[in-house]
Design a protein around this ligand. Structure first.
Ligand code: SF4
Length: 246
């Protein structure tokens, strides 16, 4: 089954290429397991904490917050410096703490509760729209909550996914991160969003490093534009050397 393409549809060849990349990564890494889903408000806070840090620091900060405060209502109503202190391991605590509290207050004012389960009945675009009102909740954060907590298919694009998809040639080179979310949602099938997202991140962390990617051992190198370009350049250089006029 092919996805329903809307505006600015990717070409069918690109869809086929994406499907082959997905299959190669599935063969190489398997179907990844996501940890036990968190309630949507927990996933939202955890994802905000994850901004500009790694998973370990995010988890330490998240657990400190849960240990110190018995509920999200108490985080919302706490003194700012107490929240900042609890989440310090996640970095940027002076920004993240007040921002999280502002979001918790805004949700309470609007909904009268911090329960976000009402979003489960919405479609992807409505749920995205709802999250976009909060300062500090961008498309990646919203997509993570949708995909991994609300069971609404969405494709989060982080720095690894943006880099790998650019190198492989799954998106136009100059497409920005925001637009890449919707683009990936057209190229992958909804049931592939979670495993595709997690396997591409793993490839980016373990093999397709920002510097010195290990292309020779990469499972998708036969399909990768970056790798093909490097090989073509190397071939040109060696034939130039070979036929250099004396
Ligand atoms: S072949 Fe190289 S550049 Fe392409 S995805 Fe693999 S590691 Fe990254």
């Amino acid at each position: 089954m092919k996805p329903e393409f809307h505006n600015s549809s990717p070409e069918p060849e690109l869809f086929e290429k994406t499907q082959r990349v997905y299959g190669l990564l599935k063969d190489f890494y398997g179907i990844p397991e996501w940890r036990k889903p968190l309630p949507p408000i927990d996933e939202l806070i955890s994802t905000i904490l994850s901004q500009n840090t790694n998973d370990i620091n995010r988890d330490v900060a998240f657990h400190r917050l849960k240990e110190k405060f018995p509920s999200w209502e108490s985080v919302r109503d706490a003194a700012e410096d107490e929240v900042i202190e609890a989440i310090r391991p996640a970095g940027l605590a002076n920004q993240k703490g007040p921002r999280m509290q502002a979001i918790l207050r805004q949700i309470t004012e609007e909904r009268g509760t911090l329960d976000l389960d009402f979003l489960k009945g919405k479609n992807r675009s409505e749920a995205h729209q709802w999250f976009s009102r909060f300062n500090g909740v961008g498309p990646k954060t919203a997509a993570i909550v949708l995909q991994f907590s609300l069971d609404i298919p969405a494709f989060p694009v982080d720095t690894h996914i943006y880099r790998v998809t650019g190198r492989v040639g799954l998106r136009p080179e100059k497409m920005n991160v925001e637009k890449t979310h919707a683009w990936m949602e057209r190229l992958f099938l909804p049931e592939q969003y979670g495993p595709g997202h997690l396997n591409i991140i793993r490839l980016g962390r373990e093999i397709c490093h920002p510097r010195n990617p290990e292309c020779e051992r990469c499972p998708v190198n036969a399909l990768c534009d970056f790798y093909q370009d490097i090989n073509a350049q190397a071939t040109n250089q060696s034939s130039n050397l070979k036929y250099k006029p004396q």
